[in-house]
Design a protein around this ligand. Structure first.
Ligand SMILES: Cc1cc2nc3c(=O)[nH]c(=O)nc-3n(C[C@H](O)[C@H](O)[C@H](O)COP(=O)(O)OP(=O)(O)OC[C@H]3O[C@@H](n4cnc5c(N)ncnc54)[C@H](O)[C@@H]3O)c2cc1C
Length: 355
């Protein structure tokens, strides 16, 4: 079988890469084994324009947000499902210091931040001592639904091989590659944390970060807003909330831990006044990077081998934007943003074994 591109992995990165290749009319095949606890399946799907203790704007957020709005609207229209919605975060200040940081930021720049007229207005639903602010707009992506719907489309079009990709069977030919009976011009790895072991890319400065979350049913609070007080309560519909997450740089495995569950349950009971029921507990590892920028582009020693990875905590906004850049690079030779292009690691990647 002959194709132009093999994509390994159909998380949010592989999904958008296939989507833009398809739009550009480039033939491709995706190989994905549908692992149960991938980062994309564990994600809340939040696109939050501000971050950190100082509540500053996140990297490239203006471009990323406006691109994401169009990308999700377009793919949703094509699949006949709405995956994208605008909402707000009700940000309960956990400490006087966090309240101070919010007010200071509001003084400097009002974009995305607001202080309510009545700071008691949520007191029937939540316990909080230091007031709250509002972050708006934020966006929510139904990421699991999107991946599932796009997977069905790929299967219907015979663009998906449901299989575990085995790198031992990849053969590099001149200006092309062979994987089992498939010959292609390029292979692009969108395999999330699996790329940490990939012989071509394992020297990239990945920084795996584990996250855990709970699925909780809370019937008596409005389920169209996101609530935050140290942890996020993200509405998924039908009174179900995604509750998380942890950010662990040191961890033993990708499994849920009792310690997270107990700590989060206690936090919830202390904060939320309505009765709640824990339905599920899950964990995954984010394909994060040391300098918090994605890895996009082609290997300096072999332009047939590419990567779209390193989305870290922001796959929902970064993946559509950089998948499109990668396709524009392949089809129209447009440059990839220098802070995302893996050519910034030319020396490090030059030490890989390519054979
Ligand atoms: C708890 C948690 C919460 C998060 N919340 C958010 C959020 O609210 N907003 C946000 O923007 N980001 C969030 N993230 C980050 C986001 O999930 C990631 O940035 C993003 O999902 C990475 O997507 P990916 O497609 O690159 O990798 P993945 O989602 O890991 O996808 C990789 C794919 O490759 C496949 N694969 C791997 N190896 C093989 C193989 N050998 N053969 C075949 N297939 C293979 C896997 O099955 C999988 O389908 C969160 C992450 C976690 C863990």
């Amino acid at each position: 079988m002959q194709t132009d591109i093999i994509i390994v992995g159909q998380g949010i990165s592989g999904t958008f890469l296939s989507y833009y290749l398809q739009k550009a009319g480039v033939p491709f095949i995706v190989i994905d084994e549908s692992k149960p606890n991938t980062a994309s399946k564990a994600a809340a799907g939040l696109i939050n324009p501000v971050t950190g203790r100082r509540i500053v704007k996140t990297w490239m957020i203006d471009e990323l947000m406006s691109f994401a709005k169009e990308a999700y609207a377009e793919i949703g229209k094509e699949l006949g499902i709405d995956f994208f919605s605008a909402t707000s975060i009700i940000d309960f200040f956990p400490t006087p210091q966090m309240r101070h940081a919010f007010l200071q930021r509001l003084n400097e720049d009002k974009e995305f931040l607001e202080l309510p007229d009545d700071e008691d207005s949520w007191s029937t639903h939540f316990n909080y001592d230091f007031g709250f602010g509002k972050i708006e707009p934020v966006y929510l992506v139904s990421i699991a639904k999107l991946i599932e719907a796009f997977r069905k489309k790929l299967l219907d079009q015979s663009n998906l091989l449901e299989d575990c990709f085995d790198i031992q069977q990849l053969v590099l030919l001149e200006n092309k590659i062979q994987y089992k009976d498939i010959i292609a011009q390029k292979i692009i790895f969108c395999d999330g944390v699996e790329s940490f072991q990939n012989p071509f890319f394992k020297n990239l400065p990945f920084a795996p970060n584990k996250g855990e979350a709970l699925l909780v049913e809370i019937k008596d609070i409005p389920d169209d807003l996101i609530y935050k007080k140290g942890i996020n309560l993200v509405p998924l519909g039908d009174h179900l909330f995604w509750v998380g997450s942890s950010y662990e740089w040191q961890f033993q495995d990708n499994q849920p831990t009792e310690i997270f569950r107990k700590r989060t349950e206690l936090n919830l009971l202390d904060w939320v006044k309505a009765p709640l029921k824990i339905m599920e507990h899950f964990a995954s590892v984010r394909p994060a990077t040391l300098e918090r920028r994605p890895f996009v582009g082609f290997h300096p020693l072999n332009k047939s081998i590419g990567i779209l990875n390193g989305m870290g905590t922001k796959g929902c906004s970064l993946a559509p934007y950089f998948a499109n850049q990668l396709v524009e690079n392949m089809v129209h030779r447009k440059p990839i943003d220098a802070s995302a292009d893996i050519n910034r690691f030319e020396k490090t990647l030059g030490r890989s074994t390519i054979s």
